[in-house]
Design a protein around this ligand. Structure first.
Ligand code: TMP
Length: 202
């Protein structure tokens, strides 16, 4: 029995963290075994890599390789064992983020990311990806309230616009897996939509 693999995505300030807690409650209420995790991070090594990735300047190729190095560890140590034990896994970001940030945002060739994806994931893909989407102005407003911005959050508007466009394009190409959630709506309406999507997974 394989558990379900759900990922949360979106530009910085799209509000995905707000919905993560709700999602956890939803799973708890239904007594569904689950693991909540994140990328970069999710393992002791991955969390060390996260610190470097968010705060240390590096070449784009290094950044991409470290994202995938952490991901390999995450899949082997956390994601696959949990799914194989029948547990659901909810990851705050996964490979769509590499396509959007390193590919769309920073301009790394998509085909290079695809090679790494193939190598590291051996076909593993999320069953459902919730893409929280807001216009740039909304995300900027939310980020303005954050005191310490990381390397990605410090990027200019046009970077985040490219990241958003890339996410939306990926959702357009794979609508069965990637669901765009308009995050500008009232929270209860968003939660109703999330509940419907999750129910379909059961
Ligand atoms: P978070 O703030 O949502 O935890 O994510 C940390 C940052 O890492 C976020 O700005 C997006 C970035 N990121 C990438 O650039 N590539 C990736 O593959 C992942 C997983 C995250």
């Amino acid at each position: 029995m394989f558990g379900k693999f759900i990922t949360l995505e979106g530009i910085d300030g799209a509000g995905k963290s707000t919905h993560l807690g709700w999602l956890q409650d939803w799973l708890r209420e239904r007594a569904i075994e689950h693991v909540i995790t994140r990328e970069p991070g999710g393992t002791p090594l991955g969390e060390k890599l996260r610190e470097l990735l968010l705060h240390h300047d590096m070449h784009l190729e290094t950044e991409t390789l470290l994202m995938f190095a952490g991901r390999r560890e995450h899949i082997a140590e956390v994601i696959l064992p949990a799914l194989q034990a029948g547990s659901w896994v909810v990851s705050d970001r996964f490979t769509d983020a590499t396509f959007a940030y390193q590919g769309g945002g920073r301009g790394l060739g998509i085909e290079r990311i695809e090679v790494l994806e193939h190598w590291v994931q051996s076909g593993l893909q999320p069953d459902l990806t919730l893409l929280f989407d807001v216009p740039l102005e909304v995300s900027r407003e939310r980020l303005a309230k954050t005191r310490v911005l990381d390397r990605f959050e410090q990027e200019q508007q046009d970077f985040h616009q490219r990241v958003r466009n890339c996410y939306l394009e990926r959702a357009r190409r794979d609508p069965a897996r990637i669901k765009v959630i308009d995050s500008t709506r009232p929270i209860e309406i968003i939660q109703q939509e999330l509940a419907t999507l999750l129910q379909e997974l059961i």
